[in-house]
Design a protein around this ligand. Sequence first.
Ligand code: PMP
Length: 387
Amino acid sequence: MGSAKSKKSDSDSKNNKCLSDEVINLDQGDPTAFQEYWMKMKDRCTVVIPGWDHMSYFSDTTDVCWFLEPELAKAIKALHGAVGNAATEEHYIVVGTGSSQLCQAALFALSSLSDANPVSIVAAVPYYSTYVDEGSYLRSELYKWEGDARTFDKKGPYIELVTSPNNPDGTMREPVVKRSDHGGKVIHDFAYYWPHYTPITRRQDHDLMLFTFSKITGHAGSRIGWALVKDIEVAKKMVQYLTINSIGVSKESQTRATTILNELTKTCRTQSESFFEYGYEKMKSRWERLREVVESGDAFTLPNHSQAFCNFFGKTISTSPAFAWLGCKEERDLGSLLKGKKVLTRGGDRFGSDKKYVRVSMLSRDDDFDVFLHRLATIKNLKCIEP
Ligand code: PMP
């Protein structure tokens, strides 16, 4: 009876939210969608840390990344091994306070090891908007943000940031700058190369790959990311950056990430418990519902995502990206239009693209996602909306 009552009040609150004019923020990719799963896991991933533990700055002074907890390193290798999405052999692991910090460490490392500076930084449009800040905020003499990789034709060394699947549009990507002088380095950002977002078609094995705990399990608050780096000199330079920047990474966060990643690996082949099964079903159903709403009207567009055989699931699946790259069929400022409906998104111009597109987070809590769909469904045609 108690649960019937609470179910009723849940749906009441959802209805109220739909009808209310509360602002729904789908601008950031805050990955709260998966909290329900972790609540169901109850105490399985509860971590208790005694007051005397983790007091030193150091973890393993024999490791290139001396602040990396050896147990986390093991957990990372085991998870990549179980999922089959990346090679860890012949790579050094560098842990960071989120992969945001690691991206900056990588820019520092690659550009300070370059013969000439500033090194150009490029990414193909539409690119992850934060790269613009990461490449320009410090006004470094080591590197310079140069924008779209497709139109880049400057001489000299460059770093291309390749996000695959891409944020914001979910496409699978390869480097686009082709040079015969081999003056380019690539940072592969694999934040979303996990089976709940995209088919795992191969084991990635590049010189510098970035991963983030935030987007695998949704634990963005722990601020844990890792880089897999082939060249020891690059790894050392990244560690130098992290040492100057934050003297390492929280041991408490590393411990929690270790527990959760180990749980993921342990349960990944048990259908009823696997986080990836859960995440895949959740993302798939959100995408089906969004497509249904978009196709029921004549106002919006969505990219067609490819299907491929996923080595992890052992079947052909579609991509269900963490963001929707929503467009409108007319030349309108879609971000402003949706803001008028009290839905906050990130405008396409922030990604080096057009304002007729917006990036919408697909990782919000259920009730916010429901309200978003409800409001989107009320716009059948852009002609009826004032400019
Ligand atoms: N790379 C990409 C492509 C992302 O979307 C994000 C998060 N929005 C990050 C890196 C950074 O994630 P974090 O710093 O939380 O690890």
